[in-house]
Ligand binder design. Structure first.
Ligand code: NAD
Ligand code: MG
Length: 393
């Protein structure tokens, strides 16, 4: 008999959240859903609550919590809201593992609280490690919890490291699809609209990460995520463009051996591995047919056209509060781009400008990360509102 694992799914109505619950629904003997949280999609959350019968849920606002109370009447379901609600769900007494699948730095506080409460983590929310990597990994060690990567690249590296010694690793090679504009010229990139950027060639994901994939900031965030997950410096983390998204990432060892994990681009594989490690769950996915694919391609990323990737490497090298500031500025820039207040290429300009105005401090505690994040958001919003041609065109 498999052991029943009790899950809290933060961000249950998102792309990762929904895939996680599909896996849980297919394996009811293994997973019990204790807590769910959602931002605004009450309709889907209500359907999930009816199916999985969690004991506690959290939404973003008090008004939404009241609306949910109206839908469910006087049941024993606990309905919470705001950051406190997220933290209560992430730390609920009998939860074994927290699936951290909120988008953006909003995921940081509940994820850290879950670690401090001794919960194992399945981490999709890469922004947590980008903003506060050293603090989060120190908490993981101090509280003796396991943190499993959900991000496909990091899951691939995690799998490619198994049975090997970190000491023997020469470098990690993260693969990147290159997004919808992989072959676009700089002048074509000046014309990109939100509609163009929201169409990813290989993956179906939430809006923010889809835009991050188009700018390649997503790969930059993933380089920083890898730095903290695997405790290797930026110099030992490289990126290869791989348009087919079949090789999910690789580890190169000192003897020249390269170990990779391959699969079709479907997040269910890395999510399931994080949920059930070290076991593998049978999933209803078509097999990978390499003979039919015939060819796989790899090339270097172009940092002139995809400046966000370069900015992320720079922020990682700078260290301290720089990655948190970069991450927050990126969130504001992506929103502004989606609202047509910023051009596609200006996303990198805005982030660079905010970073250049930031006085970097060493990372000491959570409050400092939150303050750097808040400062960055204010500065980025102000620059967008000023509509300074340099940043916004
Ligand atoms: P999404 O936008 O589809 O879903 C985000 C979820 O978080 C939703 O449930 C939303 O309601 C909730 N949410 C958003 N803002 C919130 C806030 N301020 N407070 C509380 N809840 C909030 O996003 P996604 O694509 O599922 O991505 C989630 C995370 O996983 C991101 O960090 C992303 O980078 C990472 N990730 C996603 C994929 C993917 O394939 N989608 C792959 C790798 C990593
Ligand atoms: Mg990824």
């Amino acid at each position: 008999m498999p052991v029943m694992k009790r899950l809290a799914v933060l961000g249950s109505t998102g792309s990762i959240g929904v895939s996680t619950l599909e896996i849980a629904a297919a394996h009811p003997d293994r997973f019990q859903i204790v807590a769910l949280t959602a931002g605004r999609n009450l309709e889907l959350l209500a359907v999930q609550v009816k199916h999985f019968r969690p004991v506690v849920v959290a939404v973003r606002t008090e008004a939404d919590a009241l609306e949910l109370r109206r839908i469910f009447g006087e049941t024993s379901l606990e309905i919470l809201y705001g950051t406190d609600g997220l933290i209560a769900c992430a730390t609920a007494g009998d939860v074994d593992m927290v699936v951290s699948a909120i988008v953006g730095a909003a995921g940081l506080e509940p994820t850290l609280a879950a670690i401090q409460a001794g919960k194992d983590i399945a981490l999709a929310n890469k922004e947590t490690l980008v903003a506060a990597g050293p603090l989060v990994m120190a908490a993981v060690r101090d509280h003796g919890v396991a943190l499993f990567p959900v991000d496909s690249e990091h899951s691939a590296i995690f799998q490619s490291l198994e049975g090997h010694r970190m000491h023997d690793v020469r470098r990690l090679i993260l693969t990147a699809s290159g997004g919808p504009f992989r072959t676009a010229s700089l002048s074509e990139l000046t014309q990109v609209t939100p509609e163009d950027a929201l169409v990813h060639p290989n993956w179906s994901m939430g809006r923010k990460i889809t835009i991050d994939s188009a700018t390649m900031m997503n790969k930059g965030l993933e380089v920083i995520e890898a730095r903290w997950l695997f405790d290797l410096p930026a110099e030992q983390i490289d990126v290869h463009i791989h348009p087919e998204s079949i090789v999910h990432s690789m580890v190169e060892y000192v003897d020249g051996a390269v170990i990779a994990q391959l699969g079709l681009p479907d997040m269910k594989t890395p999510i399931a591995y994080a949920l059930s490690y070290p076991e593998r769950l049978p999933l209803d996915l078509p097999p990978l047919d390499l003979c039919q694919l015939g060819q796989l391609h790899f090339h270097e990323p172009d940092l002139q056209r995809f400046r966000c990737l370069d900015l992320a490497y720079q922020a990682l090298r700078t260290g301290g509060t720089a990655p948190a500031v970069m991450n927050a500025a990126n969130e504001i820039a992506v929103d502004a781009f989606l609202e047509r207040q910023l051009s596609f290429l200006a996303i990198a300009n805005l982030i660079e400008e905010v970073l250049s105005r930031h006085e970097v401090r060493p990372l000491t505690d959570l409050e400092q990360v939150l303050a750097a994040d808040a400062w960055s958001r204010d500065m980025a919003r102000q620059l967008v509102a000023d509509q300074d041609m340099e940043y916004c065109q």
